[in-house]
Design a protein around this ligand. Sequence first.
Ligand SMILES: C[S@@+](CC[C@H](N)C(=O)[O-])C[C@H]1O[C@@H](n2cnc3c(N)ncnc32)[C@H](O)[C@@H]1O
Length: 336
Amino acid sequence: MQPTDAVPGTAAWYAAFAEQAAGSSPTYAAWSRAISRDAEVLARVDGLPRDRRQPNLVLAAARASGAPDGPWEVLRPWLLDAWPRVAAVARSRTTQTNEAGRCAVLLPALTRVAGAGRPVALVEVGASAGLCLYPDRYAYAYTADDGTTARLGDPGAPVVLPCRVTGGAPPPRVALPDVVARVGIDLHPLDVGDPADLAWLEALVWPEHDERRARLAAAAGVVAADPPTLVAGDLLDRLDDVLDLLPAGATPVVLHSAVLAYLPVDRRAAVAAAMAGARERRGVRWLSNEGAAVLPHVAARLPAGTDVGHRFVVALDGVPVGLAGQHGESYEPLPG
Ligand SMILES: C[S@@+](CC[C@H](N)C(=O)[O-])C[C@H]1O[C@@H](n2cnc3c(N)ncnc32)[C@H](O)[C@@H]1O
């Protein structure tokens, strides 16, 4: 599974990924840069099907297979030796990073939807293991540029999500939404109760991101204690069946984050059309958290001159409401 916009040659792909990872994971930046210049390793990677050569997938497959986190000089001989095992993992798994932290950037819009005191029924499309289906079970610690803070949720919750708020005030201290249904759709739903699936989710967290690894373990505990309904299949093919499962009397919310980049462009447009239809027929609210290029008609509604950078655009019913750090680490509320 790779973002469908990415079609460079393998060396260029790894070089670009090194740039992207540089500020976040020196280990991945160094490995990826070295691979981009290493003909022998590139030949191995090119032996994989095109959609399995994605740097994030191959590096996670290496770590899931026991790669030593360390300098490239140590990794290289290990990788060449262990390649058949690494390739088998890359062929059998897909990029399914599940980040509970994204709930911190979805919450402001979600509390708006739930504001009337009506419960919400959540459907997450591209749910992975469903960690983003529990926004009511986590606690939140927002901190604004000027030092203002807002803590939402039970301070004793097993997961506290820190989020830096830029260019605006932290969200108001309101009650968390009353979630009465949690249903996910994924091509390959992961089960946090399955040690192999959980190990794969851990391998997808980049080497230096210890805080995220700890959060994954804690959020997995929340999910395992009260598992969601996870339906296998394509998000568009299964959406209507899943909406039929929702209880009456709750506002249905379909949400997705970091998912549509994996769909061909025409399918992304079909998602937007499906959401408009679901809103009309069933009163579904649509909450998206995706790259600006992924939903161009949503990005076109950003205020003029908005500098999105590498952030995602959070939108409610197709209208941008905020800009979000990719793992939910920051949030900039938009006017309106
Ligand atoms: C990067 S993960 C994001 C997971 C989760 N939304 C989050 O934010 O933590 C993308 C997920 O989308 C799923 N996915 C990609 N294309 C899909 C499709 N056409 N239908 C259903 N799920 C899909 C993948 O299997 C993967 O689990």
